[in-house]
Design a protein around this ligand. Structure first.
Ligand code: ASP
Length: 343
């Protein structure tokens, strides 16, 4: 008989554990005991479930890099005591947390499954129960003594995604997440069907946690008519170290001389500018059109098919951990945790 697996469930907040405020009717984070009471089924699992609840659960719109450090530390401290982790988290910023953790948990060899729900677990039609129960099952699934999904992932509405490839695309449907440029890792039906060729292999080196993050990152979302003042306000923001530029189509943008020159000047001064597309699916190929050639010449780094969430958090991670510019640039364009396609 296979050994009983141990899973640590970490409760950060989010709709899954929320209740309605009696006066305003707004959903507010509530304590973990309430959540567990709503799911008596988890006691029937042949899994040793341990729990860690944030003292002050949050709506994930209040998520901060400091909380990612806290989460990474909780995982680090319990790493050798349990077989897998489930992180209960609000869906709004779940893709950011999953992306950040995927970089911070280096050589991860155990499942870390983030999940949550669109309706609180205490409501009759909640999607929270299924999400929680299946997330625990995935986090505790081992074959021949090895975890089936040794990576940071998001489980939502019958699908398991690579965490740093996901985005929340729907605020109303239970089917709220999407991985536009990478296959799902598993689908839950009568059985859980794992898509093994897409799951990361076990790492060769030992697990370690890198906890430094630098949030001096800005965003420049282009649109037809964007003013010179707006562009230069972003690119010249005090203290800024890196900018995610969200461009059109395959990485294109306006070709005005002043814009390309300003980019080249700020990049020469040390600012890192990366290019991701506003399209949900597809990738940036700088130089495919003449409207992206100037970016390439100015030193903008094309981040291919990375999501916005994965790009912002990767910059925070690299800025804090790669003091050498050349190494940082190389790491940006390289897959650290499966966040970018390398073909
Ligand atoms: N506002 C909530 C949160 O992100 C939404 C959710 O949990 O689905 O915490």
């Amino acid at each position: 008989m296979s050994p009983q697996r141990k899973v640590l469930v970490i409760y950060t907040g989010g709709t899954i554990g929320m209740v309605m405020h009696p006066e305003s009717g707004a959903l507010i984070p509530f304590d973990f005991e309430h959540l567990v009471e709503q799911v008596p089924e988890i006691k029937r699992f042949n899994v040793d479930i341990r729990t860690y609840a944030f003292e002050h659960p949050i709506d994930s719109s209040d998520m901060q890099p400091g909380i990612w450090v806290q989460l990474a530390t909780i995982i680090e401290q319990a790493y050798h005591q349990v077989d897998g982790f489930v992180v209960l988290h609000g869906s709004d910023t779940m893709a950011f947390t999953a992306s950040a953790l995927s970089y911070m948990l280096v050589n991860l060899a155990k499942p870390v499954v983030l999940t949550g729900s669109q309706l609180p677990i205490g409501t009759i039609r909640t999607d929270g129960k299924e999400n929680l129960i299946t997330a625990i099952e995935i986090a505790s699934t081992y074959e021949d003594g090895k975890p089936v999904v040794p990576e940071v992932c998001v489980y939502f509405e019958y699908k398991l995604f690579r965490g740093n490839r996901t985005l929340k695309f729907n605020s109303e449907h239970f089917n709220a997440f999407y991985s536009p440029n990478y296959s799902i890792l598993a689908e839950a039906g009568v059985t859980i069907d794992y898509h093994r060729t897409f799951i990361r292999p076990l790492p060769a080196d030992s697990f370690r946690v890198m906890k430094d993050l630098d949030n001096r990152v800005g965003v420049l979302k282009l649109f037809p008519g964007i003013s010179k003042e707006m562009i230069s306000a972003v690119l010249n923001a005090p203290g800024l170290r890196a900018v995610v530029m969200e461009t059109f189509g395959s990485g294109n943008g306006p070709t005005g001389h002043w814009f390309i020159e300003l980019l080249a000047q700020r990049i020469a001064e040390g600012l890192i500018v990366v290019n991701i597309t506003q399209c949900i699916k597809g990738e940036v190929v700088q130089g495919r059109y003449s409207t992206s050639e100037g970016f390439k010449k100015a030193g903008v780094i094309g981040l291919k098919d990375m999501t916005f969430e994965a790009a912002v958090t990767k910059l925070m991670f690299l800025l804090a951990n790669y003091p050498n510019k050349a190494a940082l640039k190389q790491a940006l364009e390289t897959s650290l945790a499966g966040e970018i396609s390398m073909n």
